[in-house]
Design a protein around this ligand. Structure first.
Ligand SMILES: Cc1cc2nc3c(=O)[nH]c(=O)nc-3n(C[C@H](O)[C@H](O)[C@H](O)COP(=O)(O)O)c2cc1C
Length: 375
């Protein structure tokens, strides 16, 4: 499984793991893969605490940080986070907040206690992601910064390169992959339709080789639907330099999730997800539930754009997390179609070892076929 990227990053297996959970990131890197911390939900001061914790627990292993600067969003151009927030708050129609409240009330989800309020404007904009990058670059073991939902702006790429780190960007189409390469992105993640979180419309088996050919020799990581070593073998056979995974790490022992949410993930089949704009404003794959259906219904005010829709739903996400048992039908459960194979809670190390074993079996199977044909 050793590809050039393994040597470049000093890792044993080219298995990249996206997670919002510092324990998962640390465990993956310690097990020979490469953990990437999703920073979108952290204010800069909290991100600093998370990264310091990772630095202390990860030994001499490298890791990455993932930010979100979309190619298009409401309020683009405003670089002051405070001013942007004011501008966006004024743009939210009251009926969207009322609709979100009604869906939660209909399902008996309590309000947050007085005084407890979730930050509504998360790191979904250049204004909010820029301070996160500054924090990440202060940490030496952060070897790459990944960006979701668009090509990172030129000044961001220069800043990351200037600090001697690699720039990674996710894409769901060849057009976006070409734009990433032209901008100087070092590693491109090609994420197929079946993946968890924000995702495009082209399936992995079609997308990966298309992107690999379009941007060669820039290294490509295959993402979307990977949960077994057989799928890793398929991705590497197509020319990917590694795999980028997300859903797989939601049900590991190290992951932090309320029991009701973990239960929903463990029970779900590969048919139970939907691409919905109902939480973030952009198409995002998640478990289908009463919330996603409500926003599709004829009486729905229809989701707003990013980041406005999340500013409306931040309260729902916080209430869902806090009162998970009662909110289980309306919770935000981003996950990909591979959820159908996530049926047990296991430690990260065991998952990585199984991926490697399955990869070897697949590689041997192909080897046997080749020798049969020759012999
Ligand atoms: C719960 C969840 C949250 C995600 N959030 C982000 C994010 O903030 N930034 C990002 O680049 N990708 C995010 N993703 C996408 C992952 O980075 C990864 O590309 C995707 O999970 C790969 O497909 P898979 O889920 O089939 O493994 C998220 C995925 C999941 C499952």
């Amino acid at each position: 499984m050793r590809t050039e990227l393994c040597d470049q990053l000093g890792i044993e297996f080219p298995i990249f793991a996206f997670s919002h959970c510092r324990d998962v990131v640390t465990a993956v890197s310690r097990a020979g893969g490469f953990g990437v911390l999703g920073a979108v939900g952290f204010q800069p001061a909290q991100l600093e605490i998370e990264l310091r914790w990772i630095d202390e627990h990860i030994g001499d292993k490298p890791y990455g940080v993932d930010i979100v600067i979309p190619g298009k969003y409401e309020g683009m151009g405003e670089v002051d986070p405070k001013k942007l927030e004011e501008q966006l708050l004024a743009a939210i129609p009251p009926q969207h907040r009322a609709f979100a409240d009604k869906v939660l009330a209909d399902h008996g989800v309590p309000k947050l206690p007085e005084g407890e309020k979730m930050t509504e404007l998360l790191g979904w904009t250049a204004a909010t992601a820029t301070p996160q990058i500054a924090v990440a670059l202060k940490h030496d073991k952060v070897k790459l910064i990944a960006n979701a939902l668009g090509t990172p702006p030129a000044d961001v790429i220069d800043e990351i390169h200037g600090a001697g780190r690699l720039v990674v960007a996710l894409c769901g189409s060849v057009k976006h992959a070409r734009a990433h390469k032209a901008a100087g992105v070092d590693i491109i993640v090609a994420q197929g339709y079946e993946g968890g979180g924000h995702t495009g419309e082209i399936g992995s088996v079609v997308l990966w080789p298309e992107v690999i050919d379009a941007v060669a020799p820039t290294p490509v990581l295959a993402a979307g639907g990977i949960g077994t070593g057989r799928q890793i073998a398929a991705a590497l056979a197509m020319g990917a330099q590694g795999v980028w995974t997300g859903s797989l790490w939601l049900t590991v022992q190290e992951a932090e999730a309320p029991p009701a949410q973990m239960d929903a993930l463990l029970k779900a089949t590969s048919r139970d997800t939907v691409r919905s704009r109902s939480f973030t404003g952009k198409p995002c794959r998640m478990l289908r539930n009463a919330w996603t259906e409500a926003w599709e219904a004829p009486d729905s005010p229809k989701p707003l754009g990013m980041p406005l829709q999340f500013m409306v739903t931040a309260d729902a996400v916080a209430r869902g997390h806090r009162y998970a048992e009662r909110a289980k039908d309306v919770m935000f459960n981003p996950v990909g179609q591979i959820v159908g194979q996530l049926n047990a809670v296991r430690p990260v190390k065991e998952v990585i070892l199984q991926l490697v074993e399955e990869y070897l079996e697949a590689a041997e199977r192909l080897q046997r076929l080749t020798s049969n044909a020759l012999g």
